[in-house]
Design a protein around this ligand. Structure first.
Ligand code: BGC
Length: 271
């Protein structure tokens, strides 16, 4: 299997593309639509369907991976920070499969991005602990140890000092809404990454999300002991990771996204 479709659902946008799994590159246009107001399940499914229709050449045969901004357990979405609360406890994987008429692989968005970075990007062959964070509508996180991904880490929601649920203080959306300068935003990020550093002693931080293309503006302002680099795959990491996991899962398909992540990561882990 050399091609798969990845769909990355975010709180603000939904994007998809066809991926060449040998190279980890997009081989179609990146199709992007806004996330429908309110992020209701049926509306989101409709948008995903329309994106797949745009990628229709590959739709019938290629495996499809979908990643979503929530904890995903046994195909169910168990949280909903930036989408409708109706997702909480919903059998989301099943909902997509019924509506799309196609099996899918369904995982958390930051996990998909982290997986892609470990397979094709900045975390590839890093011999230690990598923490990937995505700075977007919220803050997503993926913990990867020697290419093995620990699914469903929700480090964007930690409380630091007076700030409960830190993504509400330091996400890229907050930077935009509050019109924070890079310097002011970097101060908030400094506290965040210094806290993660204290808690986890990582070997590398990777910063993804759309804003990572402006990483020169804010990463050099951070003072950390841990190296911190932009995601190699930029904002395509979610698409690539979802597609890659879908390909790993096709055929003998394990029952949960988490199992799939761990299995796929294990296949890549050093012996
Ligand atoms: C969600 C995470 C998600 C992150 C990035 C957070 O609000 O809780 O599951 O990975 O946003 O989308």
């Amino acid at each position: 299997m050399t091609q798969a479709i990845g769909i990355d659902i975010g709180g603000t946008g939904i994007k998809g593309g066809l991926v060449d799994l040998e190279t980890g590159e997009l081989i179609s246009d990146r199709v992007k639509r806004p996330t429908p107001e309110g992020g209701e399940p049926d509306d989101v499914v409709k948008v995903v369907k329309s994106i797949l229709a745009d990628l229709s050449d590959a739709e019938d045969t290629a495996p499809i991976g979908v990643c979503f901004p929530a904890v995903v357990r046994n195909g169910r979405t168990m949280s909903a920070a930036n989408v409708s609360k109706k997702w909480i406890g919903l059998a989301a994987e099943q909902l997509f499969e019924h509506s799309l008429g196609h099996d899918i692989t369904f995982v958390n968005d930051a996990d998909a991005a982290g997986y892609a970075e470990s397979e094709y990007g900045a975390a590839k062959d890093v011999d230690g602990l990598v923490i990937m964070t995505t700075l977007g509508t919220g803050i997503g996180s993926a913990i990867i140890y020697r290419n093995l991904l620990v699914p469903n880490a929700e480090l964007g929601h930690i409380d630091i000092g007076p700030h409960r649920d830190y993504e509400k203080y330091a996400s890229n959306l907050i930077r935009e809404n509050k019109e924070l300068s890079w310097k002011r935003w970097a101060e908030r990020l400094q506290t965040y990454y210094a806290t993660l550093e204290k808690l986890f002693s990582p070997d590398l931080f990777i910063v993804g999300g759309g804003v990572s293309k402006h990483s020169d503006e804010f990463l050099p302002l951070l003072e950390l002991d841990t190296p911190i680099v932009p995601a190699t795959l930029r904002n395509n990491a979610g698409i690539l990771g979802a597609a890659s996991l879908a390909a790993h899962g096709s055929g003998d398909r394990p029952s949960t996204g988490a199992e799939q992540l761990v299995r796929a990561a294990n296949e890549n882990a050093p012996a």
